[in-house]
Ligand binder design. Structure first.
Ligand code: CA
Ligand code: CA
Length: 332
């Protein structure tokens, strides 16, 4: 990865950038709170034992019990969700509510290797869902037109139609994730790198804005290195600037290091929803944390800040933690 291109720049301050504490203090939109399909206690969380039972009796992912990195306390892994509609009958599309029940894992039978590795595709789907149903339908339609075979194309057109007529299920989004991952994971290595993300964005986004190549510096935001189009490494202050420039519905894909080895290994989606509220969507289930994170209303450090402020960023020796951006800023 290209983090080395800024390896010799002066160490940046670890202070939060000017303005970071003055984010507008808005409460999380109501859709950020979800209701389990089978509430099993008073906490509103999925009961871990019932999920594990589902995993072992065949109605949930069979590997769930053996993965120590997963915390299935949340509805995000609810095995009963796959056949549930995204939108309640007569209800309004609510991106954060949908995504809090939509991870990159599923119970509809897609390949496990895909489920474990398709964070990049799942993040892109998340960006479209947060932009709205028409955006999500367009993503499915474009995936259909770039499909590897007629079966995938027909399946994607079905997803498009159900999203538009309000009958789509979580399984439809899982199928979209899986189809995108199988199509654009092309280099023989599990997971998607920035080049694969970029190719996927070029085909499937309505618009993608790439950063110009070259190294740049700003007084407050720090360094940014763009060795080639679609590969960006930057100090988090530059990411905060990038977020500040987003229009409603726009988003980008951010690399994170979830196992603390200094190397990025996971993609999440950062964006501004249709109502103008910033979010991070992490498609992998995280313990006691919904998939959608919002800026801490009190200027503190919550999950949103953990992602955006490079606290989970790649580590550049002698420089510190940086953010890796996969591709450009997208609309669907
Ligand atoms: Ca790959
Ligand atoms: Ca890592």
């Amino acid at each position: 990865m290209s983090v080395g291109t800024i390896q010799n720049t002066p160490a940046m301050t670890t202070q939060r950038p000017t303005g970071a504490n003055q984010r507008p203090a808005h409460a999380a939109p109501s859709g950020d709170h979800f209701t389990p399909s089978q509430p099993s206690d008073q906490t509103g969380l999925m009961n871990r034992r019932s999920f594990m039972a589902a995993a072992t009796n065949g109605s949930g992912p069979t590997y769930a019990g053996g993965d120590p990195t997963l915390d299935h306390n949340r509805q995000v892994c609810d095995p009963n969700l796959s056949n549930q509609p995204l939108v309640a009958q007569g209800g309004r599309w609510n991106g954060s509510s949908i995504l809090n029940a939509q991870s990159q894992l599923d119970t509809v039978g897609t390949d496990r290797a895909s489920q474990e590795s398709r964070c990049g595709a799942a993040s892109m789907v998340g960006g479209a869902v947060m932009q709205g149903p028409e955006a999500t339908a367009r993503l499915a339609e474009r995936m259909g037109s770039h499909a590897q075979n007629p079966e995938d194309a027909a399946r994607m057109n079905g997803v498009r139609d159900r999203v538009l007529n309000g009958t789509a299920t979580h399984a439809d989004l899982s199928t979209l994730q899986d189809t995108m991952y199988r199509r654009y994971n092309t280099n023989g290595t599990a997971g998607m790198d920035a080049a694969e993300i970029t190719a996927m964005q070029r085909d499937l986004a309505a618009n993608v804005q790439f950063d110009p190549t070259g190294n740049t510096h700003t007084e407050f935001g720090g360094e940014r290195a763009v060795p080639q189009q679609g590969k960006v490494v930057e100090d988090y202050g530059r990411t905060i600037d990038r977020i500040g420039d987003l229009q409603n519905g726009q988003s980008f894909t951010l690399g994170t290091d979830t196992n603390n080895d200094g190397q990025m290994n996971h993609w999440v989606q950062v964006g501004r929803d249709q109502d103008g509220n910033d979010y991070v969507y992490d498609p992998y289930p995280a313990g006691n944390q919904p998939h959608i994170s919002r800026p801490d209303p009190n200027g503190g450090v919550g999950p949103y800040e953990e992602y955006t402020e490079a606290r989970m960023g790649a580590n550049v020796p002698g420089h510190g933690q940086v953010n890796v951006i996969g591709g450009g800023t997208t609309t669907f």
